[in-house]
Ligand binder design. Structure first.
Ligand code: SF4
Length: 73
């Protein structure tokens, strides 16, 4: 699974890091960055999917196609 994060939308609620701390790094103000460039290990996918659903501003997106993944490089 690969995800991307739109930091311009992130409001720093921190919900994603609560569900998937291995994938979302919180800074001192509660804003996040992605670990492992958004590549999610299979064992962390459930938590990341919950984070996607819980993000109140829809800042996290799952990438489904090779073209979408290539666009993040
Ligand atoms: S849940 Fe959404 S708004 Fe909150 S810190 Fe994560 S990406 Fe940002």
């Amino acid at each position: 699974m690969k995800i991307k994060l739109d930091r311009t939308k992130c409001d720093g609620f921190g919900a994603c890091a609560r569900w998937a701390p291995e994938t979302f790094d919180l800074d001192d103000w509660g804003y996040v960055s992605l670990t492992h460039a958004g590549n999610v290990a299979p064992e962390h996918e459930d938590g990341v999917r919950r984070a996607l659903l819980d993000c109140p501003v829809h800042a996290i997106t799952e990438l489904h196609t090779v073209a979408e993944v290539d666009a993040t490089r």
